[in-house]
Write a protein that binds this ligand. Structure first.
Ligand SMILES: NC(=O)c1ccc[n+]([C@@H]2O[C@H](COP(=O)([O-])OP(=O)(O)OC[C@H]3O[C@@H](n4cnc5c(N)ncnc54)[C@H](OP(=O)(O)O)[C@@H]3O)[C@@H](O)[C@H]2O)c1
Length: 316
């Protein structure tokens, strides 16, 4: 039940259209928004997705990311939009450019619907892009790249601030973790460790990964919808940078498997599609985000969440 304390002071309730509402982040964001008095319309491309969304109390609009007229109409009828959906299936099948083009086309349709309205649009990106800059320090919300895979979508959303849209982007860390996380990088690393009988890290494993609890990330998306200034990049970061070796050790402990270093060339053998990620050094600050939106992560950090054991009872 919602209490008065759950309602942000001075905030009016919104009818929020969410793409990707049936996914991992959506599974926390839909209840978060409903709990704070907003209503939710989630995009669903299957009966299973529709049932998940209605089960949490949301409404459904049927369609997929290629249905640009449908996206336009749903965004036009909403007071605000959160864009979470991404064609991970295409990306994992090697069609990165196809997934990115679909993403941009969907965002353009949503932007056309919201232009000049001053309504909020919250897009999604990743802190991982900062690992591809030449930063030799912790990444901040001010850091960005001019172009690149998924970066073009981030920059497009930020640019919508000049088109009368209160746009913002939430950058998620490579691991967004909780009992709601069934297909993210943490379950994938666990599955690979199980398959190979060993949990691995690259080199000395001193490279750092940020992370966030799904429930803390969902709260940040809500705060961004409610009050992020136009053109704001936000970091959904709880742990600013955990040495990857410690993540591998926590997985080894959870599975009661050995932990060992591999070199970069061997990584694909042990962690498959994650080979290009596991050696990334991605320390990331959320100081500006915390100050701007008074967002404080309150849920478990990654190592405590791994020590809790739930990942090892549910991962394949
Ligand atoms: N979770 C993380 O750790 C993390 C880290 C960095 C960035 N991100 C980004 O954050 C966003 C949300 O991530 P997530 O973990 O919630 O992803 P997820 O669990 O894989 O959910 C993806 C959502 O997108 C929907 N979707 C996929 N293809 C679609 C299409 N062609 N048309 C319509 N809907 C489609 C899915 O619908 P179905 O239910 O029908 O499959 C699902 O609702 C994504 O953009 C992701 O890349 C996530």
């Amino acid at each position: 039940m919602m209490s008065l304390n759950d309602i942000t002071e001075g905030n009016s309730f919104m009818r929020v259209f969410i793409t990707g509402a049936s996914g991992h982040v959506g599974s926390a964001l839909v209840p978060e928004l409903l709990h704070h008095g907003h209503s939710v319309v989630g995009l669903a491309r299957s009966d299973a997705a529709a049932e998940r969304i209605t089960g949490w109390g949301g409404e459904v609009v049927r369609g997929d990311l290629d249905d640009l007229d449908g996206l336009y109409a749903a965004a036009r009828a909403a007071d605000g939009v959160v864009h979470l959906a991404f064609r991970h299936d295409a990306m994992q099948a090697g069609d990165r450019s196809g997934a990115a083009e679909t993403d941009l086309a969907a965002l353009r349709a949503i932007a056309d619907a919201l232009a000049g309205s001053d309504k909020p649009l919250v897009g999604t990106s990743g802190t991982g892009l900062l690992a591809h800059t030449s930063l030799d320090r912790t990444g901040t919300e001010e850091d960005f790249l001019p172009s690149g895979y998924r970066i073009d979508a981030e920059n497009f959303v930020i640019g919508l601030a000049d088109k009368g849209i209160r746009s913002s982007v939430v950058r998620l860390p490579p691991i967004t973790h909780s009992t709601l996380d069934h297909q993210g990088f943490a379950p994938s690393l666990i599955t690979f460790a199980r398959q190979h009988g060993v949990s691995t890290y690259v080199g000395d494993g001193s490279n750092r990964w940020p992370s966030v609890h799904t429930l803390d990330a969902a709260r940040l998306y809500r705060l961004a919808l409610e009050s992020a200034p136009a053109g704001t990049r936000l970091h959904a970061v709880g742990d600013e940078g955990i040495e990857f070796r410690r993540i591998a050790e926590a997985i080894g402990a959870g599975l009661e498997l050995p932990v060992r270093s591999v070199d970069a060339e061997q990584a694909a053998e042990y962690v498959g599609f994650l080979a290009s990620f596991v050696a990334l050094d991605n320390p990331t600050s959320a100081t500006r985000t915390r100050e701007l939106l008074d967002w404080q992560p309150t849920h478990l950090g990654l190592l405590a969440d791994l020590a809790d054991g739930h990942y090892f009872r549910t991962a394949n």
